[in-house]
Design a protein around this ligand. Structure first.
Ligand SMILES: [Fe+2]
Length: 239
């Protein structure tokens, strides 16, 4: 292993927000009919008032992992996974959006080194490194602050000490539940703050062109290289 191997990033999973349960169920149905198998599903994880329903799946042929999330709002509080469908995103009006990619999870060989490396460049994280287990084994995860003022997107860093692509058949139901719960509450708190101030702390602060360059430099270490461009709000900074 060379010194900077932790900078080589691979896709681990993507999480897509959906507008309502009709979209949730359509996507779930399509994925299950397209070679994906369920690895996790829950009706409600979150806080007392607001929460989310989640369906996570994995493609047994090419290993792609996808989580689908529906934000369940209360009468007097909006759930943060509903933000794009209320405030817009991807240069679209809220009513034009049915789905929205909320985060990309990138796999590294050393999450602590990567976090430190990014922090030296000014990166801000929402969470510490969580240590948990999912169906496939031990897992370290941490989450950045949001990347952009006018989007609802952040990055997850993941370290797994095995390659989930090698575990072709294992599906299981286990998930990193404590991390999911903690992340939900921290995102909801961040969202409440944004609703009152209309400001959000970001992964990189500064002029848009400087921020975009830092994001490009960081994501330029991905394999496959064009992977970040599959996310609409990232595509526009690469074009
Ligand atoms: Fe995730």
């Amino acid at each position: 292993m060379s010194k900077n191997d932790f900078l080589k990033l691979q896709p681990d999973h993507r999480t897509v927000l959906v507008k309502d349960m009709t979209v949730f169920n359509s996507l779930r149905d399509f994925l299950l009919n397209s070679g994906y198998v369920k690895v996790y599903e829950t009706q409600r994880v979150g806080e007392e008032k607001t929460a989310m329903a989640t369906f996570a799946c994995r493609n047994l042929i090419h290993g792609d992992c996808l989580a689908v999330v529906y934000g369940i709002s209360a009468s007097d509080e909006l759930a943060h996974p509903q933000a794009p469908f209320v405030y817009g995103g991807n240069d679209k009006k809220p009513e034009e959006l049915l789905t929205y990619v909320q985060h990309l999870a990138l796999r590294t060989s050393d999450i602590f080194k990567l976090k430190e490396y990014l922090e030296k460049q000014g990166a801000q994280f929402l969470t510490p490194v969580f240590q948990e287990k999912d169906s496939f084994g031990p897992l370290l995860q941490c989450f950045t602050r949001e990347l952009f003022d006018d989007e609802w997107f952040f990055i997850e860093l993941v370290q797994r000490d095995y390659n989930p692509g090698d575990i072709k058949k294992k599906t299981g139901e286990q998930f990193a539940n404590k991390t999911v719960q903690s992340l939900y509450s921290m995102k909801q708190e961040e969202f409440r703050e944004w609703q009152s101030t209309k400001r959000k702390p970001k992964m990189f602060e500064g002029k848009p062109e400087e921020v975009n360059k830092k994001v490009r430099d960081f994501l330029g270490n991905m394999e496959p290289k064009d992977f970040p461009k599959t996310v609409p709000c990232l595509k526009k900074i690469f074009d």
